[in-house]
Design a protein around this ligand. Sequence first.
Ligand code: HEC
Ligand code: HEC
Length: 311
Amino acid sequence: MSDFVSSGWAWYVAALVVAGLLYCAFVLIGAARHKVIYDAQGNVDKTTGHVWDGDLQELNNPLPRWWLMLFIITLVFAVAYFFFYPGLGIYQGSLKWSATGQLQNEIARAKLEQDKIFGQFAGKSHEELASDPAAMAIGQRLFLNNCAACHGSDAKGSKSFPNLTDGDWLHGGSPEKIVETIAQGRQGQMPPLAAAVGSPEEVRQVAHHVLSLSGSGHNPVLAAQGREKFKAVCAACHGADGKGNQAIGAPNLTDKIWLHGWGEEAIVRAINNGIVNVMPAQSPRLSDDQIKVVASYVWGLSNTTKVADAK
Ligand code: HEC
Ligand code: HEC
């Protein structure tokens, strides 16, 4: 597009516009001039002398005055418009108006409004915000607009998208950790480990050991056989007791909360294929103030009953 608006084209546009205006003015003056025609007897002849179909005459009346005025007004308007606003190609207009400038003004005005709203929350703790209905109404709206697509409008998540209401955290549930998660995003990553575990049978044994950790349905013989492999391969991230490690986002395997499905098949799949699960960083889309309020909302979902009522 910027190629198109080279200076040559700007002059071309300006010349077209000026020529158009001059032409309109010229036609207008011509039409406004009333040529008086006299007939052979010296009387004013109100016809142009053209006759059709025997008696159909063309009259030669001037344009009605109001009609003429309308044309003049539009012409004056056009000239004034090109004086104040860009349109002449080479000339910016005396107001220096531009679509980008208008957008930036609007954004600045909106930001001012937003700062006023979020200003009232400055200096308040997440705990205070979580029991402030005004803050939570905004937090919920932010959540519905920015998070619900993945985490569900009730924040209860679905397969691969964590439930944010259950007090079980991959990366930590303190307000500070939640802010960090939202602003920077998270990447939950478990490498494929089939080779490290060994044969498919050994993978099955480890899977049953994992099921046994939470008291889920399992084969006790296989689970016992898988214990050592679990300690050797999985404990580094999930902990010797399987309770997980929030520093690297490794989930607690003892709580019957399954992000990626449960049962032998799902766990064997996790071991064989590994898992990559990404929460995109929200800091490019949300301001720090917005992140603080939506983090308080999320924190409140599992920490106060008051918040649920504020909906
Ligand atoms: C594109 C989908 C997507 C969007 C949008 C999204 N999330 Fe997430 N979120 C995820 C996924 C996937 C994870 C799990 C990451 C992992 O497995 O480590 C996650 C994890 C989280 C966690 C960490 C949970 C835990 O157990 O530690 C929080 C908190 C969170 N999201 C809050 C939010 C909030 C608040 C928003 C909106 C501002 C949001 N998310 C928007 C996909 C999304
Ligand atoms: C390098 C660290 C690491 C190792 C080693 C590791 N895991 Fe994981 N594991 C993770 C992470 C991180 C996640 C969470 C992925 C996510 O964010 O969704 C995970 C998720 C899982 C899940 C899914 C849990 C759920 O809630 O659905 C299972 C099951 C699992 N691991 C089992 C194992 C087993 C069995 C082993 C050993 C063979 C193992 N992991 C070894 C890091 C590891």
